[in-house]
Design a protein around this ligand. Structure first.
Ligand code: 0O2
Length: 265
């Protein structure tokens, strides 16, 4: 396979990764717009490097003319969730697209069936339709769903594996297994305080919205009020904000809404 063919072969995979990332980013922004908690914390994606494709083909005895059929993760998208409970929600979100944007080929639950290395993640293999100047094509892609703790472990283990070129010393392997269990326990521990964390996130969001609303109103009334009045409002705002009492800030925001309304009318 020459350089030109590699480039041509990888083009639809690049498109698939870009489109999938955009779709998931859009889902995230929809949640935000609706003021809902999003089970997806972040999204990333990559196309496997030719050297890594060749390495995997060699390891698994895949002939070069079967690469596209037998290597399922040439296109890879990773979805990171904050809490382990969010993983199931993210999976359901992805399943909703089955038959529309892509077809689910297989699901692999390495969370329930943890790999001997300690690896935990949920994989969904899809067939993704790509329509480009080169024509129509369906490519395989792998969506990995995991928590931040699972990701931290997997990225570190991957780096070490790369460093030891697959010959990792037993002692390090064992320590990594211990780390995987520590990451699993961390996820469990975080889940127990999930409600409190989510409540804090909602309060912060409300605080952000109220602050933006107050600032917008102050800005809009700038030319309607005397400087001394403006100064009084600004001082009151800063005092309330520093106090951090959300109910008082809400009252102040409502009062400014009414004031701004009276100037518009
Ligand atoms: P890269 O560089 O991340 O793309 P396998 O037979 O286990 O090698 P297979 O059959 O392709 O892999 O499918 P599987 O098991 O679902 O693994 C696909 C990908 O999951 C891997 O791709 C890794 O990204 C990740 N993965 C699987 N097992 C492990 C593990 O023990 N540690 C880490 N860190 N990641 C893992 P690649 O091509 O191996 O690597």
């Amino acid at each position: 396979m020459d350089i030109l063919n590699w480039k041509e072969m990888l083009c639809p995979y690049e498109q698939a990764v870009a489109e999938l990332k955009l779709k998931f980013e859009y889902m995230k922004s929809e949640y935000k717009k609706l003021g809902l908690y999003c089970p997806i914390e972040s999204i990333s994606g990559r196309v496997k490097e030719p050297s890594s494709i060749l390495g995997k083909a060699k390891k698994k005895g895949i002939p070069l003319d079967r690469i596209e059929e037998d290597i399922e993760d040439i296109a890879g998208v990773r979805i990171i969730c904050q809490f382990s409970e969010d993983i199931q929600k993210a999976i359901s979100l992805i399943r909703r697209h089955d038959g529309y944007d892509f077809t689910i080929v297989e699901e692999r639950d390495y969370i329930t069936n943890t790999k001997p290395s300690g690896y935990r993640s949920y994989h969904i293999i899809i067939k993704y339709p790509v329509s480009s100047v080169m024509g129509y094509k369906e490519v395989l892609a792998e969506i990995q769903i995991r928590t931040m703790a699972m990701n931290f472990w997997a990225v570190t283990e991957h780096t070490l594996n790369y460093k030891y070129k697959g010959h990792m010393p037993e002692e390090i392997k064992q320590r990594l297994k211990n780390c995987a269990e520590a990451a699993f326990n961390l996820d469990n521990e975080m889940s127990t305080i999930r409600n409190e964390i989510m409540y804090a996130q909602r309060v912060n969001k409300r605080m952000d919205n109220l602050t933006s609303n107050i600032i917008d109103n102050i800005q809009n009334m700038y030319f309607n009020l005397k400087l001394s009045e403006m100064d009084k409002i600004n001082t009151q705002f800063v005092e309330l904000w520093n106090k951090g009492d959300i109910d008082e800030l809400k009252k102040f925001s409502d009062m400014l809404d009414k004031m701004a309304e009276s100037y518009r009318g």
